[in-house]
Design a protein around this ligand. Structure first.
Ligand SMILES: [Zn+2]
Length: 255
């Protein structure tokens, strides 16, 4: 059994058939999902879904949801993390990070990311990082905070060199649906050139549908195709890669 290390299964896209989807996942060898946090407005529903399905979760503020109220939101984040310190299902802080596609709130993104880096350091928890067109800035901050438990750079797309720098800082690279795109050459090279212990798998459901998909939303069921693609790139049997990915996930997330 394998876990989808990043799926927003609490989002409304799954309200109609979440039970059925969890059943289907179990039949397909996907035991559960890690639900990342995105904003104060999402946390309560996220927590109730995580409880219902016994899903591991992270609490945090996604860079798209960082706005002028972020200082107050960080105070709320600290409060809710403290309330769950005894909850074994809270396994990480995040998702948080930097995204240059939404650069209007750039200065606030940096402050909010630093606040969450500090929380991961203080509570000795892994961090789930969202890094889009910002690997340089993210690496500089990770270098500054040197998190004791590392974390996951989710939805990774980058070069072999960038991948190695994250790994050196104790981070795993979350490989998702982008790897299924035939023109994702840079990512294919990164996956081929690093050991499987550098990776975890994820779907970022309901987002990140591969280009050739005919579905209207992404689901954790895509994990099996992602594993198969990684196995092809490493020229190894998929069952072996699956095992290695599962133990790689356990190295960073304590579940
Ligand atoms: Zn996400």
């Amino acid at each position: 059994m394998l876990i989808d290390s990043h799926a927003h299964i609490d989002f409304p896209e799954f309200d109609v058939d979440r039970d059925a989807l969890f059943e289907q996942m179990k039949r397909s060898g996907i035991s559960n999902v890690l639900i990342p946090g995105v904003s104060p407005a999402h946390w309560q529903k996220q927590l109730s879904i995580a409880k219902k399905y016994q899903s591991p979760f992270a609490l945090g503020i996604h860079p798209w949801y960082v706005n002028e109220t972020f200082e107050k939101d960080i105070v709320e984040l600290k409060k809710i993390i403290k309330q769950h310190l005894d909850n074994d299902s809270m396994v990480a802080i995040g998702e948080c990070g930097l995204d240059k596609i939404k650069s209007a709130n750039w200065a606030q993104q940096i402050s909010a990311f630093e606040a969450q880096l500090q929380l991961a350091a203080e509570y000795q928890m892994p961090l789930i990082v969202h890094s889009v067109r910002a690997h340089g800035e993210v690496l500089t901050l990770l270098e500054k905070y040197k998190l004791p438990k590392g974390g996951i750079v989710h939805g990774f797309y980058g070069s072999v060199e960038v991948a190695k720098q994250y790994v050196k800082l104790g981070f795993k690279l979350g490989i998702g649906g982008l790897i299924l795109n035939s023109d994702a050459n840079k990512l294919h090279r990164a996956v081929q050139n690093l050991p499987i212990s550098s990776f975890v798998v994820e779907t970022d459901s309901p987002s990140m549908l591969p280009k050739n998909s005919d579905q209207s939303r992404n689901t954790p069921l895509l994990i099996n195709e992602i594993v198969t693609k990684i196995a092809v790139l490493h020229a190894k049997p998929a069952v072996l890669i699956r095992e290695q990915l599962s133990s790689s996930f356990s190295q960073v997330v304590d579940i």
